[in-house]
Design a protein around this ligand. Structure first.
Ligand code: PLP
Length: 388
């Protein structure tokens, strides 16, 4: 297999070797017990769940009993939103933003069809919210404010602590989609004023198909999946191997939180491209964003074509989010930031991770300018073409 330069860590990450090692015992002989069984084999499994819960809670900065294991970030989001709506069925208004992940967008669209009213807050050209507008959008019948901590496409961060101060003052529930922030930023949930917060394993070098939901110990909670597991808060026998891996991945992420390496790689790549490719713009606020993400627009190119050429050279990155790539629709995030279809379609997201190396960065610094130049040469000035 040709060597890969993987710069799509916001889409998913590779499983860390230590994580795989932590998972394997629970897939083999001696580790297949059901954590709910009372005999030794089950008790060993239950103890492994406890360890993982402690590791996830340590990274999130909360108590162990505030963590519920789920199957993914999307399940966590769905669970949190329906739990919030169940608190007072008379409250049928939700505040969210125009730049959410499709998991939240699709859920809110579904709820709108069922009679809920949704306020989609706009963002400015840097991808940031107007907090006064957010405060003004909250009404007596608002059940919930649900929004991202870190945007998956641009990496732009919403000021969650300031937002939590507003929702606390207005006495409204807050759910945060922290799927991209978890493991990349210190969350210190403690008494942050957040009621629910969603996390996912596969963004932090754990397996796909495992996630977690933080539920503040004082928040009223109604399960989405009913059953006896997770203290009756999430039915279904736990995916022990993946949960053990998520625990290990959380422990490793905590160890790496202080490292600036990933940000230095991102910054070096971004500076190189800005200096060497005229007509390049960074999309989103450059100060308030994840340390691993850069979203760039290249005048006069079509990102789908760039993805194909870069893939031929073994470089993986994204046009828009992974969930919408493969379609030629311009990213809803970039459109919400007020960009033209051309600029939105000319954008690529590069997201770095700790398994990258200096040679990956060097390779990307060579390949990306060359591909942009090639595409521009193919397309008459000002009329981007889709290279198939
Ligand atoms: N929220 C954000 C911001 C994401 O980036 C993703 C995944 O891309 C999700 C939610 C969904 O997480 P999962 O893939 O675990 O369902």
């Amino acid at each position: 297999m040709k060597s890969l330069t993987y710069l799509d860590n916001n889409a998913t990450t590779r499983i860390a070797p230590e994580v795989l090692e932590a998972m394997l015992p629970w897939l083999g002989e001696g580790g297949y017990g059901n954590p709910s069984s009372a005999y030794g084999l089950g008790r060993v499994a239950a103890a492994a769940l406890d360890v993982a819960r402690g590791q996830v809670a340590a990274l999130a900065g909360c108590r162990e009993e505030e963590i519920i294991f789920t199957s993914c970030g999307t399940e966590s989001i769905n669970t949190a939103v329906q739990a919030a709506l169940a608190v007072d069925p008379d409250k049928r208004h939700i505040v969210t933003t125009a730049v959410e992940h499709s998991a939240t967008i699709k859920l809110c669209e579904h709820l709108a069809q069922r009679g809920y009213e949704i306020t989609w807050l706009p963002v400015d050209s840097a991808g940031l919210l107007d907090l006064e507008q957010l405060a003004a959008a909250i009404r007596p019948d608002t059940a919930l404010v649900t929004l991202l901590w870190a945007n998956n496409e641009t990496g732009v961060l919403f000021p969650i602590h300031e937002i939590a101060a507003i929702t606390q003052r207005k006495k409204v529930l807050l759910h945060v989609d922290a799927v991209q922030a978890f493991g990349k930023l210190p969350l210190s949930l403690g008494d942050a004023g957040i009621h629910f917060l969603s996390m996912s394993g596969h963004k932090i070098h754990a397996a796909k198909g495992v996630g977690a939901l933080y539920v503040n110990r004082r928040a009223k909670f109604t399960p989405l999946l009913r059953g006896s597991q997770e203290n009756g808060r999430r039915g279904g026998t736990q995916n022990l191997a993946s949960i053990a891996g998520l625990g290990k991945a959380s422990e490793l992420a905590a160890e790496h939180l202080g490292s600036r390496q990933v940000m230095e790689w991102r910054d070096a790549f971004e500076a190189h491209v800005l200096a060497n490719v005229p007509g390049t713009t960074v999309n989103g606020d450059r100060d308030r964003r994840l340390p691993n993400t850069t979203n760039l627009s290249f005048d006069g190119i079509e990102s789908e074509g760039a993805l194909i050429l870069l893939d031929q050279d073994g470089l993986c990155c994204s046009a828009g989010s992974a969930c919408t790539s493969g379609s030629v629709h311009p990213s809803h995030v970039l459109k919400a930031m007020g960009f033209s279809n051309e600029r939105a379609r000319a954008s690529l997201r590069f997201s770095f991770g700790r398994f990258n190396s200096a040679s990956d960065i060097q390779r990307a610094c060579e390949l990306v300018p060359a591909v942009v130049e090639k595409l521009r040469a193919l397309s008459p000035a000002g009329s981007p073409v889709l290279v198939a």
